[in-house]
Design a binder for this molecule. Structure first.
Ligand code: NAD
Length: 273
């Protein structure tokens, strides 16, 4: 039997890219297979084996699981919040059916552990905004949030009913600079830095005082890998764990950047996000 491998799905995205490289650093490049729907993403991974895969294509996915001996899957493929509102049905399909494809395939191929990220988008207008506990009232208002909340329930269902080991974190907005963000509401907090440097001005789609929870990428990578390495018996949450870092508003970021780039300008054009 060949040595078992780790499969990263959605590996070419903002988080997948960094997790894939960190897993390769920890376990060695021969242990990792990176995959994404984008064939051109091969170039990102250089010495890590890359396979182009649409997670909705059950036949291709099954063939991949039969070819290799995987023991762990990280599933990052999704359509994010702001992009999701432009095509709700496709977002539901990719986010929910994509997750079920991964879980079903894993169940039939003896995969020991899966990581799948949920999001703060599971919370809604009536969820307490400060010190939000693990199980508050959740009434998401975007198709992305609805897909994540139902994903959490599917994860819990398979964990309870089939004794699977699917682990999850409710990521806040992840701030990084290596890969362009994929269309989330918190992406402004990345874009603002790029615009400050490239054009000296930024038009923000949120109000100046909208505070959103964020996390720096290295902390998100660390939290993810630590959760995956924790002994199963130490985990009590079957859905998805809250994970927190800091909250920030566009105005605060603007003032901070202005200290370095005094001519930096911002205007606020709040939209559906
Ligand atoms: P991203 O959009 O940057 O990356 C997602 C990747 O999935 C892309 O490379 C895309 O090509 C790929 N993909 C899309 N459809 C696919 C399909 N059918 N088959 C295979 N690959 C497909 O997103 P991200 O920011 O890296 O987010 C990764 C995960 O983390 C998602 O589940 C997202 O909901 C969750 N999350 C992200 C954030 C954040 O701030 N980035 C916050 C909360 C949760």
């Amino acid at each position: 039997m060949t040595k078992s491998k780790i499969l990263v799905i959605g590996a070419a995205g903002q988080i997948g890219t960094e997790i894939t490289h960190e897993l390769s650093r920890i376990h060695g490049k021969e242990k990792i297979i990176a995959s994404d729907i984008k064939p051109e993403a091969k170039d990102i991974f250089k010495d890590i084996e890359y396979i182009s895969l649409n997670v909705m294509d059950q036949k291709a996915f099954k063939a991949l699981l039969e070819k290799y001996n995987f023991d762990v899957i990280y599933h990052f493929a999704a359509i994010l919040s702001a992009s999701g509102e432009k095509n709700p049905e496709r977002t539901w399909e990719v986010n929910t059916k994509g997750l079920l494809n991964v879980i079903e395939a894993a169940k039939n191929h003896n995969i020991k552990k899966i990581f799948w990220p949920s999001s703060i988008a599971v919370f809604g207008p009536t969820t307490p905004k400060v010190d939000t506990n693990q199980s508050p009232y959740m009434d998401p208002t975007t198709v992305y949030g609805i897909s994540k909340l139902s994903g959490e329930l599917w994860v819990s269902y398979f964990n309870e009913r089939y004794n699977m080991d699917i682990r999850s974190l409710r990521y806040p907005g992840i701030i990084s600079y290596k890969t362009a963000p994929g269309g989330g509401t918190t992406d402004y907090a990345i874009d603002i830095f790029f615009k400050a440097i490239t054009t000296g001005k930024y038009s923000c789609f949120l109000n100046n005082n909208t505070f959103l929870p964020m996390m720096y990428m290295p902390d998100a990578v660390k939290a993810t890998i630590e959760l995956m390495e924790a002994p199963k018996k130490s985990l009590s949450i079957k859905t998805s764990y809250n994970v927190g870092s800091f909250s920030i508003s566009p105005e605060l970021l603007y003032k901070t950047i202005k200290k370095r780039i005094p001519d930096f300008k911002i205007d606020y054009q709040p939209d559906f996000r």
